[in-house]
Design a protein around this ligand. Structure first.
Ligand code: BV8
Ligand code: ZN
Length: 254
């Protein structure tokens, strides 16, 4: 057994897998400098989800929520994909059926070059009008005494992200659960496993016979229900794991 933080089983299962799914949360972007939600200093520790990421909060104080999302998009735009995001691009090239399912709204998987992405909670780079649903251009600045409104109907502009209490995009959640039927190996990277229905996906995969391993700094809320917890930062663990899978795949061919 090497001194790697992951098991030989995980490497072998990934090397032989036809269908691999990687589900990611805020933790995979932490090493890009984007604060997570629930870690000390995380986004929510400054605000409560009910304060900002829900429709009532937005209608109650649209300027605050618009300013908060413009700030979060600025942070995401100034961040770069890290070695963890890039390792998933390499893994995608090695596996016949590969999908990243992300809870993140920072667009970093797309910018890293991942091709097959399901965005469960939307994307900060898109905005729309709450009344006519027209897509709206992003704005770089919202001052305290203005509101960003729709050029077509003057409705309020909101980010295209899923707020608490809102349904996830229908196609995203249907496609995600459909993948859980035949997935061979699922990696769950950098998520506390608290937010549903995203946290139900790995459990569904496991009940269908997949090998499910999480990569996290600690055991998540669902870690005890998975096959393996790999402890370590995803920006270090993922590149090492993908290299080990590449070596194992080469050995299979020899
Ligand atoms: C819905 C976009 C249904 C906005 C977000 C049961 C079923 C259905 C719903 C519910 C349910 N129980 C409760 C609910 C309600 C709610 C929910 O889940 N609440 C939680 C808090 C209990 N769910 C919803 O409201 C969902 N809607 O299901 O509607 C419905 C039914 C009928 C009618 C109407 C509706 C919508 C949920 C989506 C909310 N939107 N984001 C925004 O960004 O502002 S959620 C938000 O949290 C982000 O998307 C984020 O990704 C997500 C989850 O957090 P994590 O990604 O896990 O991040 P976190 O900080 O928590 O954890 C980071 C982890 O990384 C940690 O474990 C840490 O150890 C690790 N880490 C840190 N650094 C590293 C690392 N790991 C590796 N390497 C590192 N370097
Ligand atoms: Zn409009």
């Amino acid at each position: 057994m090497s001194n790697a933080p992951y098991s030989d089983t995980l490497v072998d299962r990934l090397a032989c897998a036809e269908c691999v799914v990687v589900s990611t949360g805020a933790g995979i972007s932490a090493e890009s400098g984007i604060a997570t939600f629930r870690d000390p200093g995380g986004i929510w520790t400054q605000f409560k989800p009910e304060e900002l990421s829900n429709v009532d909060a937005f209608l109650r104080n649209p300027n605050l929520v618009q300013r908060w999302f413009v700030e979060r998009r600025r942070i995401a735009d100034n961040a770069a994909p890290n070695a963890g995001h890039r390792a998933l691009v390499e893994l995608e090239a090695m596996v016949s059926e590969f999908t990243v399912i992300t809870q993140n709204v920072d667009d970093l998987h797309c910018r890293a070059g991942s091709k097959n992405i399901i965005e469960l909670h939307g994307n900060l780079t898109r905005n729309y009008c709450i009344d006519c649903k027209e897509p709206a251009d992003i704005v770089d600045e919202v001052s305290e005494d203005t509101l960003v409104t729709c050029a077509t109907c003057s409705g309020l502009i909101r980010p295209d992200v899923v707020w608490f209490g809102e349904m996830l995009p229908e196609k995203a959640i249907v496609d995600a659960f459909a993948l859980m039927v035949n997935v061979d190996v699922m990696l769950v990277v950098g998520t506390s496993g608290i937010v549903r229905p995203a946290a139900d996906l790995p459990l569904s995969a496991r009940s269908n016979g997949a090998y499910v391993a999480e990569i996290n700094l600690e055991v998540s809320e669902i870690g005890h229900l998975l096959d393996e917890t790999v402890l370590g930062p995803s920006g270090t663990v993922l590149p090492s794991l993908v290299e080990a899978v590449r070596t194992a795949k080469e050995a299979l061919i020899e």
